[in-house]
Design a protein around this ligand. Sequence first.
Ligand code: PSU
Ligand code: MN
Length: 303
Amino acid sequence: MNEYLALSPEVAAALANKLPIVALESTIISHGMPYPQNVQTAREVEAIIRAAGAVPATIALLGGKIRIGLNNSELELLGQTPDAMKVSRRDLAYALATGRIGATTVSATMICAALAGIRVFVTGGIGGVHRGASSSFDISADLQELAKTSVAVVCAGVKSILDIGLTLQYLETHGVPVVAIDQDNLAAFYTPDSGFKADFRIDSAPEQARFLKAKWALGLAGGVVFSKPVPAGKAMDKGEIDRITAAALAEAASEGISGKAITPYLLDRIKALTADRSLSTNIALVKNNAMAGARLAIALKET
Ligand code: PSU
Ligand code: MN
C-alpha cells in the first residue's frame, strides 16, 4: 500500500474481504454544492451505495494523507471548507507535501482510487473540453486521466457549459470508450439528452462489468465513461438551461474567469440563475449515479 494512503476502517475491511467498493470525489462537496446540502448529499449518496450492497469510499486529502473513506466529522470539515484546495493531477503532490485540505477532482480521485485498488468511481459530471478551447487551450485534466488510469467513471454525462462534441472527439482520440446507460445518447448532466450518440449502449451491470474486464484484460489501460441520464422527473428544461448557461458563460468572460476557477464559477452562477433548481437536479443525478455505480462494482466482483 502506498505510504500516502490512509484507509478508513470500513474501506480497509472491504479491501481485505474483497467487497465491492465505490469511490466518490470531494470537489463536488467543497466546490460543487453549497453547505449544508453538500454534506447531506455526500452522506445520502454513501447510504445509497451501502444499501445496494457496496462500500462507499469518499476520497480527500487531509493532513498530508490521501484519505480513502471519510467519517462524518471529516465530511463536515470538507463541506465547511469552501476554500479547500481543488486538487487535480497537477496539484496532488503539492497538497500532500504541504498538508493542505484538498478536494479531489475526477482526475485526482481516479489516481487515488487506482492506488487503493478501487475500480469504480461515481460522480456528477466529468470535466471536458471547454467552449473556446481552440484559443484558451482549456481542456480538463479529467480527460487525460481517463486516457491512462484504469477506473470506470459513472457520471451523468458532459455538461453543456463544455463543448460536448470536442470532448467526445478528444476521448475518441485517446481511446476512452463512452458508454451510455438506458439510452443511446450521451447525457448532458442537467438534461438527459446531449444530442450526441455515445459510442456504445450497455444497460445491464453484468454486461458493463464484462466490457471493463475485456478492456483491462487486453492491457488497454485507461478509464471508461459510463453516462447515466438524470431521472426524467428531475431534469431541467433544455431551453432554460441553454439560456442560463449562455448567460453564465458571458458573465465568466466579462469577469475574466479562467483556469481551474471557471468550472466552480459556472456551476455557482447556474445555481443562482436557476434559483437553486439546478442544485436539486444535481443532487438527484448524483444519487441516481450512485445506484448505477454500486451495481457495477458488485457485478465487477462477480465477473
Ligand atoms: N462538474 C460538476 N461538478 C463538479 C465538477 C464538474 O458538475 O464538481 C468538478 C469535478 O471535480 C471535475 C472538475 O473533475 O470539476 C473539473 O474541473 P476542471 O474543469 O477545472 O478540470
Ligand atoms: Mn481547466
